[in-house]
Write a protein that binds this ligand. Structure first.
Ligand code: ASP
Length: 282
C-alpha cells in the first residue's frame, strides 16, 4: 500500500503589532527553514533556522533587534524550542548572545528543559555562543514609554516564531523574543514557557505572540492545541484563541496541523506560510 505523502509546511511570524511590510523578513526566514528540510534535516532544525534568520534581522524584537528593558541599559532575551517527539528546550533572561534560539536548542541536549539568567549565560559560553554584545536597535522604545505610541517601525511586541511540519510528520516550534516593552529587568513572558507561548504535539504546533502576562494567564498555546486535537479546524482554533483576549491586548497565533497552516491576530502581524510543493524531506 502506498503511503500518502506528507507535504512539509512552515509558518513564520514577526510579532503581533509589527508591520505587514516587514513580511519579507518572514518569507526569507521561512525559505531558510525550507532549505534545511530539503537538505534532509527535520522540523526542529527548520524551525530553529527560520528563527535564527529573524533574530539576525534588526526589524524584529529578538536577538539582534531585541529591545531594552525599562532600566534603559539592559537587554535580556528568551527563546524556546519544542517538537512532537518530546524535545523541549528554553532559555530566559539570557544576555549577550546573538542567537538565543540556538542556546535553547542546546538545552534540549541537557537533562533540563530551561536555563535562566547567569546559568543560561554560562551554558551559552560553554557551548561556544558569544559573548556578543547586543546593541539596542536605533529605534527601540525609550525606557518608561508605557502606553505611548511606538516609534515608527517598532512596536511593543515583535517576538518571532516558526512552526513546521516536516515530510516525516514531525511537528516543531521555535520562538525568540527581547520581551515586551516596557519590562523590568528579570521579567519573563510567555515565549519560553511551554503551553503558553508555544506547544507541539502529534496533532500540530502552535506559537503565540503578544502580551506575555496575558498569554500565560490563559495557557494559550496549550488551550489552542487541545482544540485542534479535538478536531477543530486550525483557522477557527487560532481565531478562537485570539478572541480570548480583550481588544486592548495585542495577541497573535500561528499554527500547523497535518493538513492546515494558518495565522490569526488582533493586530497587524507579519507572517508567511511556505509549503514545500516538491514534498521534499520524506
Ligand atoms: N510575547 C512576548 C513577551 O511577552 C512579546 C511578543 O510577543 O512580542 O515576551
Amino acid at each position: 500500500m502506498r503511503m500518502a505523502r506528507i507535504r512539509p509546511v512552515l509558518v513564520v511570524h514577526g510579532g503581533a503589532g509589527n508591520h505587514r511590510y516587514n513580511e519579507d523578513g518572514c518569507s526569507a526566514a521561512a525559505r531558510r527553514g525550507l532549505e534545511r528540510l530539503r537538505a534532509g534535516e527535520d522540523a526542529l532544525a527548520a524551525a530553529v533556522a527560520a528563527v535564527v534568520a529573524m533574530e539576525d534581522d534588526p526589524r524584529f524584537n529578538a536577538g539582534t533587534g531585541a529591545m531594552l528593558r525599562s532600566d534603559g541599559a539592559t537587554i535580556e532575551t528568551d527563546a524556546s524550542v519544542m517538537d512532537s517527539s518530546g524535545r523541549l528546550g528554553a532559555v530566559c533572561c539570557l544576555r549577550d548572545v546573538r542567537n538565543p534560539v540556538l542556546v535553547a536548542r542546546q538545552v534540549v541536549e541537557t537533562p533540563h528543559w530551561m536555563l535562566a539568567g547567569p546559568g543560561a549565560v554560562d551554558f551559552a559560553r560553554a557551548q561556544g555562543f558569544g559573548p556578543h554584545r547586543l546593541e539596542p536597535a536605533a529605534d527601540a522604545l525609550p525606557p518608561g514609554a508605557a502606553g505611548e505610541p511606538a516609534p515608527a517601525g517598532r512596536h511593543e511586541t515583535d517576538t518571532v516564531g516558526a512552526v513546521v511540519l516536516d515530510g516525516r510528520g514531525l511537528f516543531a516550534v521555535a520562538s525568540s523574543t527581547g520581551g515586551s516593552a516596557p519590562a523590568m529587568v528579570g521579567r519573563v513572558g510567555d515565549t519560553p514557557i511551554p503551553g503558553c507561548g508555544y506547544w507541539a504535539g502529534p496533532h500540530g504546533a502552535v506559537a503565540a505572540t503578544g502580551v506575555g502576562e496575558q498569554i500565560v494567564a490563559r495557557l494559550l498555546a496549550r488551550v489552542v492545541y487541545e482544540w485542534i486535537e479535538r478536531g477543530m479546524p486550525l483557522q477557527q482554533a487560532l481565531e478562537r484563541g485570539v478572541a480570548l483576549f480583550p481588544a486592548s491586548c495585542a495577541v497573535g497565533l500561528i499554527g500547523v496541523t497535518r493538513h492546515e497552516a494558518a495565522a490569526a491576530s488582533n493586530r497587524e502581524m507579519p507572517f508567511h506560510v511556505l509549503c514545500d510543493d516538491e514534498g521534499a524531506g520524506d
